[in-house]
Design a protein around this ligand. Sequence first.
Ligand SMILES: [Zn+2]
Ligand SMILES: [Zn+2]
Length: 247
Amino acid sequence: MSSILRAISAKIAKHFELAVFPSFCKVCRTLLESPEEKVLCRACLDKIIPHRAPSCPSCGRFFEGAGEPHLCSACVNEAPPFSMHRSCAKYRGGLKDTLLLFKYRRYRILGLNLAEFVSEALKREEGLWNGVNVIVPVPLHRRRRWERGFNQAEVLAKEIGRLRGIPLETRALEKVRNVPPQTSLEHGERKENVRGAYRAGKTEGIRDRIVLLVDDVYTTGSTLRECAAVLKKAGAKDVRAITLAQA
Ligand SMILES: [Zn+2]
Ligand SMILES: [Zn+2]
């Protein structure tokens, strides 16, 4: 068969495949044409960009408007048990859509796209990455993990660890109480909600180590504070934290 014929038959096969199994971007509904495009089109993924604005150097809370970096009032009142936390973007728009597809529609493949975004968005935060020995995802309660089929924070942590060459440790923390989602509660209820919800598991992997804690969404910070406190108490030398987005 000549190369022209081969090229034509390959094109026909591709068109046939698209006609029989067309696949559309789950956000903007355009036809996915490139084999690298899975679930979302490149244009939608490219629209997810990091939030660049002043934030608290300790807890990473974004400030509204401009201004010099300064400690937020929450950190002045009570220093968090982690030494620093950084979020990549605000929880809205295309990032929110993508995270919801990943988490609730179970498109696990998006975990890789989101991890690439995190790694790129935070690449200049040397204080965050330097010396990190191990990466620990915020755990889900066993029952919720079973219902969802995976822990979104664990998939993210695993992919981030793979991109940055940091080993994953999933046994150090356990969620022992299935609490209502933080987003369904009033501000004041959230701290109480997570108190005692996490405990240390097998801690050999974190003892005297610098731990990077990973979660998907940062709301009040109570979950990260609680998990970091448990890890510190279990012997972690330092705990730092990253989240994909902050609400
Ligand atoms: Zn799209
Ligand atoms: Zn702060």
